[in-house]
Structure formats: C-alpha cells, structure tokens
Ligand binder design. Structure first.
Ligand code: PLP
Length: 393
C-alpha cells in the first residue's frame, strides 16, 4: 500500500527508531542492554504532582478546557516567566499545549509559507527540521563547532541569511550538545535577529538543568525591547519535573501569535489534557526543593560519564554545561572499524558486541558523534563505560 501525501514525502522517519527497536529486540532475547538513549529523566514524577492529577480526576476535572489552556495555569506560567526572564508577561501571552513539541508545531504551522527559510544551528534536536518541512518551510542548517562550545556566532548566521529567512531557532541548554549559550553570545545573537527582523523561537525546555558555573539566559531578556514581540519562548516541565508522559508544554509570545497558534491547536488537539494541566499547576506552585538534588545527581553523572568517555580510545568530548546529554566525537573510534565506518556503524557495533545502546549523531546533524543521555544511574554509567572499553577497537 502506498501512503503518500506530498507532505509525508518531505519528512524523514526518525533514524533513531531502528536503534531503539534493535535494543528492544535484543532485550526480548534475554540480552542485558545498557541504554544511554533516553531523552527523559529516570526520576519518578514528584508525588505532589501525581496527587494533583489524581485529585483533578476525582473532582471531575475531566473535560475540555479552553483551547489556550486553563486560566489559572496560564497565569502561573506568566508569573513564573516574569520571574525567570524578568520581562513582564500576562496570561494573554501564554498558550498551553500538548508538550513543548506541539508549541513548536503550532508555531511553524501558523507562521510559515512555502519558501520561508528557518535557521537551525546544528547539532539540533531532530524534530526542528522535520516540523519546518511539514509546515512547508525550508530548514537551513547553520553549523557550529565544538571549538566554540557549539554556540552559533553571528558570522555563521550571516552566511546563512537570505531574503527568505524568517525564523531563527535557538535551544539553550541544548539537545544534543548540552551547550548553554553564555549571556554575551546570546545577546549578540538576539541583536542580530532584531537587526534582520527575524522571528526567534527559543526552546528553553532544559532551562532548569544547568551545572557548575553555567547560567541560563533567555533571548526574551536580552533582546532589544522593540523586538520582544517577535520572540516565542517554548517552555515546559517535561524534563525538569520528569513529566514527559503528561504531554504538556507552554508557549510564551505576543497575544497575536498566541491567537494564531491557538487556531492550529483548536483544529488539531483542541487543548492539552485537563488532568495534565492540573498537574502542571501543582508543579509550578511547588514545592520544587527536589530540583537541586536532581541537578546534583545530573552533575555527578555528567562528570563520571565525560571523564570515562575521554579515557576511551578514539573518543573526544566537550564538557556539556546543561541538559542531560553528552555528544562525544567518535570519528577516530569509528575509523578503526573500517575506513568508511560512520557513527551509525559504531552505534551498531556497540549495541551488538557490548550491549550498549546509544544514538548516532547523524540525525541530529552531528555525523561522527554519538549522543549519550546521562539521565541514568551512576551504576549504569560505570557498566556502560566498562563494556565500551572492552569492545572499542
Ligand atoms: C530540545 C527539545 N525540545 C522539545 C522537546 C519536547 O518536549 P515535550 O516532551 O515537552 O514535548 C524535547 C524532547 O526531547 C527536546 O529535547
């Protein structure tokens, strides 16, 4: 059967699925697989958040909500954003969606026309280019370098700019690099976007997860005030509060953009689930005292993973400052498998011979790299490193 809308032709199925499927297959055969593939925390959702969801159901909060979300939650998101980004916003600036992912999807669908170009610094989260294509736009990939800590610079952006450029996507802390853009670099980028009158999408889903001296900054804070109406902040609790399965995210933007996005949302999912919205409100109200403990755990795991990776033959790795991913350069290790061997070949080799599952960098725009998630226990990290040391050529 051929299922072929022309739209479907523009999107690539996730290249990471094959690796995950193979890992599951091996597990089903009884192999013990150490997996570094998770894009989500391994911690349980805090009990007070789960309780709030259960209570919402018991009191009958099981019906449609307004398309843009419950008023109380929109107000709480606005208050949190005002505190974090120090730019006053109100509930009118907020849309509640089914995950940060749907906020992004709504935006591209609401804004893009055929031929519109969207600048996406690489390495990037896999869904950005495909969502842009689905919406009829053209992703333009802007390379960044580990020598500059994976932070895009305005000279890189200048080279990618054309009269068709409409949007710049930013993601700090970043998936898959773990980069956290320093304040000055981000301010330069925000000025640049303002000079060229571009929309800026700032995906801040990992903003709570920064380590050591690194600090989170938002372009909403740093942009010239006259350009703020062209910024969409994407935020949520999926990663910070271990709520990935609740499927809830927030968009913060000018009310006109919120209205446009709500038209798309109203004709697709109608609204985020009432139950998840109750849980999110509880999460924003707190307590959030678990966050420093989780941050400390991620910091320990990061340090353990990075120092272990750096001792492996043919592996180099920058120190990620945020999120929970490491993106080592493994091109020298892959080359020892064969002259043409890629990150995908090395990922397969690690899975088949060592039972270690990783994600190849190619689908993230990072050939020659592997992505490791360190949202796993220190014991898992130790075992994974030992197994890799045994099989790396
Ligand atoms: C950079 C980035 N943005 C957005 C998302 C999606 O978040 P959500 O689960 O809230 O849709 C992810 C999830 O992996 C991500 O890594």
């Amino acid at each position: 059967m051929t299922l072929t809308s022309s739209r479907l032709q523009t999107v690539r199925p996730s290249a990471t699925v094959a690796m995950t499927d193979r890992a599951l297959q091996l597990r089903a055969q009884g192999r013990h697989i150490i997996s570094f593939t998770a894009g989500e925390p391994d911690f349980d959702t805090p009990a007070h958040i789960v309780d709030a969801a259960a209570q919402a159901m018991r009191r009958g909060q099981t019906r449609y909500t307004p398309v843009v979300g419950l008023a109380a939650l929109r107000e709480a998101v606005a208050a949190t954003s005002t505190e974090v980004r120090r730019v006053p916003v109100t509930a009118d600036n907020v849309i509640i969606s089914t995950g940060a992912k749907q906020v992004l999807y709504n935006f591209f669908m609401a804004l893009l026309n055929p031929g519109d170009e969207v600048l996406i610094p690489a390495p990037y989260w896999v869904s950005y280019p495909d969502q842009v294509r689905l919406a009829g736009g053209t992703p333009i990939i802007v390379p960044t370098s580990p020598d500059r800590d994976w932070v895009p610079h305005t000279d890189d952006l200048d080279r990618a700019l054309t009269p068709q450029t409409r949007v710049l996507v930013l993601n700090s802390p970043a998936n898959p690099t773990g980069a956290v853009y320093p304040r000055d670099a981000l301010a330069d980028i925000a000025q640049w976007a303002s000079r060229h009158n571009l929309w800026v999408v700032s995906d801040e889903i990992y903003r709570e997860l920064v380590y050591g001296d690194a600090a989170f900054h938002s372009p909403l804070t740093l942009a010239p005030p006259h350009h703020r109406h062209r910024i969409l902040v994407v935020d949520g609790l999926s990663k910070s509060h271990a709520m990935t399965g609740f499927r809830l995210g927030f968009g913060i933007a000018h009310p006109d953009l919120i209205a446009a996005m709500s038209v798309i949302q109203g004709q697709s999912t109608s609204c985020a689930t009432s139950i998840s919205q109750a849980a999110a409100l509880a999460a924003l109200q707190g307590p959030n005292d678990f966050l420093p403990d989780w941050r400390n755990a991620y910091t320990r795991r990061r340090d353990q993973l990075i120092s272990g990776l750096r001792q492996l033959p043919g592996v180099r790795c920058t120190l990620p400052a945020g999120a929970f991913y490491a993106l080592p350069n493994i091109s020298a290790a892959a080359a020892r498998l064969g002259a043409d061997a890629t990150d995908i070949d090395l990922a397969e080799h690690l899975l088949e011979t060592a039972g270690v599952a990783t994600v190849p960098g190619t689908p993230f725009g990072a050939p020659g790299h592997l992505r490791f998630s360190y949202a796993v226990s220190e014991d898992t990290i130790a075992q994974g490193l030992a197994r890799m040391a045994d099989v790396l050529p």
